[in-house]
Design a protein around this ligand. Structure first.
Ligand SMILES: NC(=O)c1ccc[n+]([C@@H]2O[C@H](COP(=O)([O-])OP(=O)(O)OC[C@H]3O[C@@H](n4cnc5c(N)ncnc54)[C@H](OP(=O)(O)O)[C@@H]3O)[C@@H](O)[C@H]2O)c1
Length: 326
C-alpha cells in the first residue's frame, strides 16, 4: 500500500505517481499496465505529453485484468495553454477523458499560468507551444485570458462531475493568493518543480498553511533535462557525495534517497521512468526512513536551480521570450 495525502475534501492522493512526460507512445500502454501490477495507482498525465490514448490503453488492460478498480486509481491530467478560454476548457477536458477512456478525472490541473492562442482540436493535437509551426518564423502567441476566466470554467468541471479535484501547476505564492481571494472551489493541489536543488520551502510552507497539497515534479532534478539540453550532467543530484553517502548508509540507491526525501517532507512525487526495474525501485521508498540530520543535509543541497523555466526554454526552443516567475 502506498501512503496518501489527504486533501481538504477527503480525497486521498497517493504519495507516489508515475510521471508520463516524454515516455514514448510505443511503450506507454505496457508500461502503465506493468506499473499497476507493480503497485502504482497514481498516474500523472497531460494533453501536452501526447500519449493519453496510450495511457488509456494501459489503464484499460489493467482494469480488464481486474488488477484494480477505477476507484482505486488516481488519474491526473492537465489543461494545456491553448485551452484557457472558458469555451475551450470543457472541450479540452472531454478530449482528455475520451483519450484516457475514463468518465472522470481525479485531478485536473492548469498546466501553466500561461494562456496561448487557441489552436482548433482538429488542426493539431496536442498543439504544443508554437501557434503555427509551419510559418517561416514560428512563435508562441500569447492570448489575453485571465486566470479567473479559466478557473471559473475549471470549477464548472467539478460541478458537472467530470473531475473530482482541480488545481494548478507552476503558480507562485502571489498567484495562488490572488486566486484564493475569489475562487469558489479552492485548488486542492499545486504541482511544482521541486527536488534537493530546488527545495521551494516558502512556497510549500504557504501551501501547508492554505491546506493545498503539493506535488513535486521532476523530483530527480536534472535527470529529466539532459536530453533536452536544459541541464548538464555535472548538475546531477544523484551524483552528489552527500546523496551517495546517505544511500550507502541506508542501503538504497541515490534515486530512492532523493525520492524518499521528497515524500518524507510531505509532498507527493511523480517520478517518471520508462524502465520496468525502476518502476519498482521508485516505489520502494516506504520501508525506510531518513534521519532528521540526513533530511537536513539533503535540503542543504538547495541551489534554487530551476530546470523547467519558461523564461529560458521558450526562448531557446520556441523562439519567444516568455518569462513567468520574474
Ligand atoms: N506540471 C508541469 O509543468 C510538469 C513539468 C515537468 C514534469 N511534470 C510531471 O512530472 C513527472 C516527473 O518529472 P520528470 O519526468 O521531468 O523528471 P523525473 O521523474 O525527476 O526524472 C525522470 C528521469 O530520471 C530517470 N530516472 C527515473 N528513475 C530513476 C532512478 N531511480 N535513478 C536514476 N534515474 C532515474 C528517467 O530515466 P528512465 O526513463 O530511463 O528511467 C528520466 O530520465 C513528469 O513525467 C510529468 O508527469 C510536470
Amino acid at each position: 500500500m502506498i501512503p496518501a495525502l489527504r486533501l481538504g475534501n477527503g480525497s486521498q492522493l497517493p504519495a507516489v505517481g508515475l510521471g508520463m512526460w516524454k515516455t514514448d507512445r510505443s511503450q506507454v500502454a505496457d508500461l502503465v499496465k506493468t506499473a499497476v501490477d507493480v503497485g502504482y495507482r497514481h498516474f500523472d498525465c497531460a494533453c501536452d505529453y501526447g500519449n493519453e490514448q496510450q495511457v488509456g490503453q494501459g489503464l484499460k488492460l489493467a482494469l480488464q485484468s481486474a488488477a484494480c478498480q477505477r476507484e482505486d486509481l488516481w488519474i491526473t491530467s492537465k489543461l494545456w495553454n491553448t485551452y484557457h478560454a472558458a469555451e475551450h476548457v470543457r472541450q479540452a477536458c472531454e478530449k482528455t477523458l475520451d483519450d484516457l477512456g475514463l468518465d472522470y478525472l481525479d485531478l485536473y490541473l492548469v498546466h501553466f499560468p500561461i494562456a496561448t492562442r487557441f489552436v482548433p482540436f482538429e488542426d493539431r493535437y496536442p498543439p504544443e507551444w508554437f501557434f503555427d509551426p509551419e510559418s517561416p518564423n514560428p512563435k508562441i502567441e500569447y492570448a489575453p485570458v485571465s486566470i479567473e476566466e479559466t478557473w471559473r470554467a475549471m470549477e464548472q468541471l467539478v460541478e458537472s462531475g467530470l473531475v473530482k479535484n482541480i488545481g494548478v501547476c507552476n503558480f507562485n505564492c502571489q498567484l495562488l493568493r490572488e486566486l484564493l481571494t475569489w475562487a469558489t472551489t479552492r485548488p486542492s493541489v499545486l504541482q511544482i518543480e521541486s527536488h534537493p536543488q530546488l527545495t521551494q520551502e516558502k512556497l510549500i510552507r504557504f501551501c501547508g498553511q492554505e491546506d493545498i497539497a503539493v506535488t513535486a515534479f521532476s523530483p530527480l532534478g536534472a535527470e529529466s533535462y539532459y536530453s533536452l539540453n536544459m541541464a548538464e550532467e555535472n548538475e546531477s543530484v544523484l551524483r552528489q557525495p552527500v546523496i551517495r553517502e546517505i544511500a550507502a548508509a541506508v542501503g538504497r540507491t541515490p534515486g530512492q534517497v532523493v525520492l524518499r526525501w521528497g515524500v518524507q517532507r510531505g509532498t507527493s512525487i511523480v517520478p517518471k521512468t520508462a524502465r520496468v526495474e525502476r518502476l519498482e525501485e521508485n516505489l520502494a521508498i516506504f520501508d525506510f526512513e531518513l534521519t532528521k540530520e540526513q533530511m537536513e543535509k539533503i535540503s542543504a543541497l538547495n541551489l534554487n536551480r530551476r530546470f523547467n523555466d519558461p523564461g529560458q526554454f521558450c526562448e531557446a526552443a520556441f523562439n519567444t521570450f516568455f518569462p513567468i516567475y520574474e
